[in-house]
Structures are given as C-alpha cells and as structure tokens.
Ligand binder design. Structure first.
Ligand code: PGA
Length: 264
C-alpha cells in the first residue's frame, strides 16, 4: 500500500505559540491516521527545529522546508543551505513554489539547480509546478508543465524523479478559494505521470517512490473528491494547514476514505 502524504505549507505565517499548540494537537490526534498517512510540516525556517523537537512521531511526521539556497556555504548573507536544513532534521524541501517563481523571480534554470542540490544531498524535493490563469486560458498548461519538468531532466538525468514529489499547483488556484476541477486534476496528473515515466528509466520501485500531490485551495469540502482520484498521491495545503482543526479535519477525511477503501 502506498501511503498518502499530506503536506502543510505555513508560508510566511506562524509564531512560537502556534508551533506549540499545533504540535500538541498533532501529537494527541495523529496516531491512528499514521496507518495510511504521512505528514510533512513546513513552518518558516526559524520554527523548523522547534517543531521537530515537539513532534513525537518521527516515523510518520516529517519536517519540510519551504525553500533552500542553491549553494552549500559561503558569503551569501541571509541564505540557508541544504546542509543546514539536513543538519536540523529536514527531509523534504519545496522547490519552485509559484510564490518563489513570482516574488523572487526564480526561473526553471535556478529551480533545476536547487532540485539537484536537494537530490545530491539525499533529501526529497517537492517540485511545485503549475500554470497561470492566462496560460490556462490559452490552453498552454501542458506546454508550461513540460518546460518546468524538462529542465530538471536535462540537469539531473533520467532518474531525476526517483524518490521525488511533484506538486501540481495551478497558480490561479493557490489562495483563491477555487481549486482546479476534478476533471482537470485527473487529466493533468495523468499527463505529468506519463511524461515523467516516458522520460525516465522506469521500474516498479520507481513508480512506488514517485508522488504527485495536488495543491491549491484544498479544503475540508473538496479533499475527499480530490484524494479519491487514482492519480492523486496526496495534498499540499497552504492556508488550511495553519489551523490545526481544519488540517486535522482534512486528515480525518482522507483517513476515513482509505479505511473504507482497504476495508480495515
Ligand atoms: P492554499 O496554498 O492551500 O492556501 O491555496 C497552497 C500552496 O500554496 O501550496
């Protein structure tokens, strides 16, 4: 059974107090869910270590970072490296989130370098890809996604996506309250899988260790429908991951779906 991954992205939000309350609730409630679900918590850098110390279940709950620099060390004031993140117990690193592409002008070339340094350090990249509203309007979704993925293959080779995650996050869906339609999620996830597997050296182990998440306005109202699609391996949740009640509600919905599915 392939476990579902639910990733929380706190973005530029949170306090010491929220870390304390949040981890307390997760410690209290997550145990039964871990049968089918892993979670990745990604608070801002300064809270990662605090969160890691407070979280008890280190086998099913992991720490993620929302970003990394593409260099290991040196005179780069204000940056944080993969080595440092690894040092404090981070396992997953977001690469190419649309907010970094937009506000920090990260292009596919820079993103592919970050992806490589994450892989080279045996951490797990979560590559975020997606089209803008305008690109969708002009039916460019597949062209854009291919471009975003291709650069990674060019730099990292045929096995680039082994032990990796892709999060399909339409830019227009993020924080808008309007997620992609189920039909589009299915179609796009299928396209991504086909493209990745076609360009990779595939075997079953590869398939088992490759995940596609959906992200963009995931709520307790749409989580069930999204997660029940065959090409969806998990969710990437922004706003609703800051509120432990909502986050746990979504986890509960996913858990019940799997409990039913596997009849246990
Ligand atoms: P959202 O954000 O759930 O608030 O739409 C998702 C994301 O940016 O990863």
């Amino acid at each position: 059974m392939k476990k579902i991954t639910i990733i929380g992205n706190w973005k530029l939000n949170g306090t010491k107090n929220l870390v304390k309350k949040f981890s307390k609730k997760i410690n209290l409630k997550f145990k039964k869910y871990s049968k089918f679900i892993n979670i990745v918590l990604s608070p801002p850098y300064v809270y990662i270590d605090r969160m890691r110390k407070k979280i008890k279940d280190k086998k099913n709950i992991f720490l993620g970072s929302q970003n990394t620099d593409l260099r290991k060390s040196g005179a780069y004031t204000g940056e944080i490296s993969v080595n440092m993140l690894k040092d404090i117990g981070v396992k997953y690193i977001f690469i190419g989130h649309s907010e970094r592409r937009i506000y920090h002008k990260e292009n596919n070339k820079k993103i592919s370098k970050k992806f490589k340094i994450v892989k080279d350090n045996k951490l797990i990249p979560i590559l975020c890809i997606g089209e803008t509203k305008k690109e969708k309007k002009y039916k460019l979704t597949k062209v854009i996604l291919k471009k975003q993925i291709k650069k990674i293959f060019n730099l990292c080779g045929k096995n680039a996506f082994k032990n990796s995650y892709i999060a399909y996050e339409p830019v227009w869906a993020i924080g808008s309250g309007k997620s992609a339609s189920i039909k589009d999620i299915n179609k796009v996830h299928q396209f991504i899988k086909d493209y990745i597997f076609k360009k990779s050296k595939i075997n079953n182990n590869y398939k088992k260790n490759f995940y596609i998440q959906y992200g963009g306005s995931v709520t307790e109202d749409n989580a069930l429908e999204i997660i029940s699609q065959k090409n969806v391996d998990g969710l990437l949740i922004g706003a609703n991951s800051l509120n432990y009640k909502k986050f746990l509600k979504i986890i509960d919905i996913v858990y019940k779906y799997y409990k039913n599915k596997y009849n246990v």
